[in-house]
Design a protein around this ligand. Sequence first.
Ligand code: MG
Length: 213
Amino acid sequence: MHYFRYLVLAIISVNCFAEPQNLSLLKEEIYTYHDSGEYDKELSKVILNATEFIIKRANANHNEKLAIVLDIDETSVSNYENIKDTEFSQNPKVIEKWLYKAESTTIKPVLELYNTAKSHRIAVFFVTGRKESLKNVTITSLNANGYKNWDGLYFRSDDSHYKSISTFKSAIRKNITMQGYIIIASIGDQMSDLTGGYAEKVFKLPNPFYFIP
Ligand SMILES: [Mg+2]
C-alpha cells in the first residue's frame, strides 16, 4: 500500500514538469543512434524502398522522361564528422565553414540508388538549400563522393530568404516538370525537402542532427 502511494506521487511529480529533454543526454542519444549503426540501418531501409519503387516505375515506363530529385546534405553526402566536431552547431557561419572544407562523406546506399537510376535512364537532379556561392565546392564534393553526370544541380541564390526552403525546392521541381520530366521520387532528410508537390512519391531519410524549416 505504501509502495503504491509513492508510485502515484512519483508519477504526479514527473507529470508536473514542463522541463524539456536534457540536452546533454539527448546529444548522447543521437551519437549512439548514429554510431551504433541504427541510423545507417534506418536510412538503408528507406533507400531500399525507394530503389524498388524507381526500378518498378522505370520498367513500366512508356517513353516518359522520368526523373528523381535528391537533396545533398544528409541525403547524398554526410557531414556527420563536422556535426560531431561542432557538437551540433546550428550557427550558419560554422556550418558554412565546414561546407567549404568539402569533407562530406558518401552516403553509400544513396550513391547506389543514384547509379541504379542512371542505369535505368532516369534523370537525376540535385536540389539543395546550399547557396550558389558554394557551387564549386559542392561540385568538388559530389565528384569526390562518386556522383557523376547528374542532369541538373540547383542552388538557392545567396541573397534569398525563405521562411521554408520548401518554397524554393518545390518551385525547382515545378521547373523540372515544365522541362517535360515526370519526377517519380523526391528524396531528402527534411520534410521541407519533400512538401509542396511535383513528385509522385517522397522518401524521408532520418536526420536527428538539425532541422531546416
Ligand atoms: Mg539535407
